[in-house]
Ligand binder design. Structure first.
Ligand SMILES: [Zn+2]
Length: 169
């Protein structure tokens, strides 16, 4: 089992519409991000119940983020915290961080008028993000300066989560 020791929280936008984690899971499956969750059995069963694909020895989890925050503020579980992510290769962050994504596309150049999803995070998303980040900081003892947007990770070469996203813990 690939283990993850989270020292950072990396925040993303999905750059698209407000869709459920299972839909993002399908997109990320197409990009080959999947890894097999094999244990604990109860968690494997939970993912299968949620609609993730059962495979020999477990369940395929392809969504690259650990958490997805929907426009209405609902937090959907992506990968379990203890699995490596598939959301930020730079600085080996897939092995050193929890990846949190908000649905929407908050980049004013890529999505000026909302053709690719909502253009600014909803207040419900920001409230849910704050609560989730404070929780993650607490359980993993992550200092606030290690809660960063994707684009703030050195060598990440992305505008994610967009210039219309502004968050400070
Ligand atoms: Zn990103």
């Amino acid at each position: 089992m690939e283990r993850l020791y989270p020292r950072f929280v990396v925040i993303h936008h999905t750059a698209g519409f407000d869709v459920p984690a299972l839909t993002i899971n399908r997109y990320h499956a197409e990009r080959g991000f999947g890894i097999i969750l094999r244990s604990p059995q109860s968690l494997v069963a939970e993912y299968i119940r949620r609609g993730f694909k059962q495979v020999a020895g477990g369940v395929m989890v392809s969504i690259g983020y650990h958490y997805l925050i929907r426009a209405n503020g609902t937090v959907e579980k992506g990968r379990p915290d203890f699995m490596q992510g598939a959301h930020c290769k730079a600085q080996n962050m897939n092995f050193g961080s929890i990846g949190v994504a908000l649905t929407g596309n908050f980049d004013s150049r890529d999505n000026p008028r909302g053709a690719k999803g909502h253009t600014v995070p909803t207040s419900e998303q920001m409230a849910a993000l704050r609560k989730l980040v404070l929780h993650l900081m607490d359980i993993y003892q992550i200092p606030r300066e290690q809660v960063l947007g994707h684009k703030n990770i050195k060598n990440s070469a992305t505008s994610c989560p967009g210039d219309r996203f502004d968050f400070k813990v």
